[in-house]
Design a protein around this ligand. Structure first.
Ligand SMILES: Nc1ncnc2c1ncn2[C@@H]1O[C@H](COP(=O)(O)OP(=O)(O)OP(=O)(O)O)[C@@H](O)[C@H]1O
Ligand SMILES: [Mg+2]
Length: 267
């Protein structure tokens, strides 16, 4: 299925370009004429208050929702409106908000479920790579998913997206429900993923975590693009973050994480 994705991955360059995308839900547009560029080998943050349309955009990128207009291009190939399997095969992996594991199945089987369409050798290589990124999972392979901690579950969810060695990964709410110490554990892995050449679109409630990891950043409000630029620049615009309701009490909970983050390189 992904045999045509050879040449993907590390050093392939390129970008995923989302341009003028509108997505409607319940008969009304919730993402409006939205554009964002996701370069390979970088983390791009997408920030926005609750209900802004972030998850709707993610579902549109993944082919679960059909955009009513606009374009989603992977290195020039139009993917808007294509089916989820097609988009996955083109090299885009989606981690939807609140993705759950199959609780009765072991970690190993949860990973297997994510590679069943791949040739055996590819599945094995992807699994090996995922376990390199999350070595903690190695000794949990035979445990049922229901026995995992929240952090371990999130690692398996991320590993599921990475086993098929995508070129781009879209992560909707990396730290949802996780303790700061666990978020801290995930940060270097997200960085490694990007350094391996994968383009990462990161939606993350802890703004400082997102902006510490990201090169580029965008803000979406009420479905519309409010800011697009460098993450570093945005870190220095607390007014903008406040006006988009992005800096609130919850940021204080993340202070342990925030202190440990080195800003990413300027785009
Ligand atoms: N299944 C649905 N049917 C109709 N409207 C929906 C549906 N899901 C979401 N919406 C609406 O679409 C808009 C965007 O929601 P979305 O979930 O994309 O926002 P979000 O930015 O991901 O928010 P959050 O930060 O809370 O996850 C909201 O107004 C929401 O009420
Ligand atoms: Mg959401």
């Amino acid at each position: 299925m992904t045999a045509d994705a050879s040449g993907a991955g590390a050093g392939a360059g390129g970008h995923l370009g989302i341009s003028g995308v509108t997505v409607a839900r319940g008969g009304r547009p919730v993402v409006r004429n939205f554009s964002i560029d996701i370069p390979a080998g970088e983390v791009t943050a997408l920030l926005g208050p609750n209900g802004a349309g972030k998850s709707s955009l993610v579902l549109a990128i993944g082919g679960v929702l059909k955009p009513t207009s606009g374009s989603i291009r992977l290195d020039g190939t139009e993917l808007a409106g294509k089916r989820p399997e097609k988009i996955r095969a083109a090299g885009i992996a989606i981690v939807p908000e609140g993705r759950r594991l199959l609780r009765q199945l072991t970690v190993e089987d949860n990973l297997r479920v994510a590679t069943y369409t791949l040739p055996r050798a590819e599945a094995e290589a992807g699994r090996k790579r995922a376990l390199e990124l999350f070595p903690e999972l190695q000794k949990r392979l035979t445990a049922p998913a229901s026995a995992l901690s929240g952090g371990e579950q999130q690692m398996v969810v991320l590993a599921q997206a990475l086993v098929s060695e995508p070129r781009y990964i879209v992560i909707d709410e990396l730290s949802l429900g996780l303790a700061p110490v666990v978020v801290n554990r995930l940060i270097p892995t997200i960085r490694r993923v990007a350094e391996s050449g994968i383009g990462v679109l990161l939606i993350e409630q802890f703004v400082t975590v997102a902006l510490g990891l990201a090169n580029g950043a965008s803000i979406i409000e009420a479905g519309r693009l409010q800011y697009s630029g460098s993450a570093r620049e945005l870190r220095e615009k607390p007014d903008l973050l406040h006006s988009a309701y992005l800096l609130r009490g919850s940021e204080a909970d993340a202070s342990e994480v925030l202190e440990s983050i080195e800003p990413a390189a300027e785009r």
